[in-house]
Design a protein around this ligand. Structure first.
Ligand SMILES: Nc1nc2c(ncn2[C@@H]2O[C@H](COP(=O)(O)OP(=O)(O)OP(=O)(O)O)[C@@H](O)[C@H]2O)c(=O)[nH]1
Ligand SMILES: [Mg+2]
Length: 323
């Protein structure tokens, strides 16, 4: 299953406390201050990794806490600085600070290897050595280490699919994903078989199969339109239309109508109109529907998942150079 929304708390490490130790040894009964500084708490960084494709890792790991710095000790010994932590997210993850509203969109830093500081660790407290002055030669206290920064984050993964399969429920989108890629999405002869976007790889090209849209989806009917954000960045859409539908153009208009409300950018994306399930209708129905959709001035293809030649043609049309 594709995990695409996650809340996560990150807490940087606390700084170690400075020591208030006074020198004591065989020779010295009442020595001066010799307390060392505390170490700094660990920072938490964010980095993008193309080896990760989803946010699954954070599903059960709701809180990430970096280690505290070591406390300072006598003999002017400094506490150790805590190691930093880096959390890795897939490219395309949008991170929102739920308190400040600040946003980090990793699509823009996808190529950068520089981790981003999410939460600064607390600074180590100073030991009493640093507080020695003319007026107070024997400070008996050490400074407390600073608290690490805590942030509550909302992570949202926008799948960067290159091709999006769209259409009414039952149009055959998932069946197509199954024949175009190695993915094995659930296929069923009923609406809303697909509940969450699924991605499959056609060679190196990610294809997203999304749930079906119905009239009123933008008002929350069916499964809504929220998942459309997964195909906002695709280079191309394949609009699947079931040829057994007596009103194929209406099917097309319903889906486009929902696009218009969700995001007009979807309307202007390059698109292939794919008339599906040719094996279930007569050649005349295929011909008529093809002529009808050609009038829109778009590329129209027909297919059946049971006719390999039609699938081969579709694959060819989905190659980048033909986009
Ligand atoms: N005969 C025939 N049946 C098909 C073809 N493509 C899909 N189907 C059938 O149509 C039904 C719906 O297919 P799905 O792939 O689940 O459709 P979907 O568009 O993903 O549906 P939702 O996930 O509900 O939006 C299933 O019973 C499929 O077996 C086809 O080319 N020919
Ligand atoms: Mg489906």
């Amino acid at each position: 299953m594709l995990v695409d929304n996650i809340t996560l708390t990150v807490v940087a490490g606390k700084g170690g406390d400075g020591s208030g130790h006074l020198l004591r040894n065989g020779q010295t009964a009442f020595g001066g201050p010799d307390g060392g500084n505390g170490g700094n708490g660990g920072n938490i960084y964010l980095a993008v990794s193309t080896n990760i494709t989803d946010l699954r890792e954070f599903r059960y790991k709701k809180k990430i806490v970096a280690e505290a710095g070591g406390d300072g000790m006598g003999k002017k010994m400094f506490g150790r600085n805590a190691p930093h932590l880096t959390i890795f997210v897939p490219p395309g993850t949008k991170i929102t600070d739920t308190v400040t509203g600040a946003v980090i969109d990793t699509t823009s830093v996808a190529d950068s290897l520089t981790p981003i500081l999410l939460a600064q660790g607390g600074k180590g407290g100073r030991g009493n050595v640093e507080f020695k002055s003319a007026t107070n030669q024997t400070p008996r206290f050490g400074e407390k280490g600073g608290e690490g920064v805590e942030r509550k984050l909302f992570l949202e993964l926008r799948l960067i699919a290159e091709i999006g399969l769209v259409g009414l429920p039952n149009a055959g989108k998932s069946s197509l994903l199954g024949v175009l890629t190695q993915a094995t999405p659930k296929v069923g002869n009923y609406p809303f078989t697909t509940l969450e976007p699924t991605i499959g790889m056609m060679g190196e090209r990610p294809i997203a199969d999304i749930p079906g849209l119905i009239a009123g989806a933008s008002q929350g009917k069916g499964l809504g339109t929220d998942f459309l954000r997964h195909i906002e960045k695709t280079a191309m859409l394949v609009h699947c239309i079931d040829l057994t539908d007596p009103e194929p153009m209406k099917a097309y208009d319903i889906v486009r109508g929902e696009f218009e409300i969700f995001s007009k950018a979807l309307l202007t994306k390059p698109e292939i109109i794919l008339l599906t399930k040719t094996d279930l209708v007569s050649p005349l129905v295929v011909k008529k529907a093809t002529a009808l959709f050609k009038k829109l001035g778009k590329k129209v293809l027909t297919c059946s998942i049971y006719e390999p030649t039609s699938i081969a043609k579709l694959k060819k049309a989905l190659k980048p150079e033909s986009a």
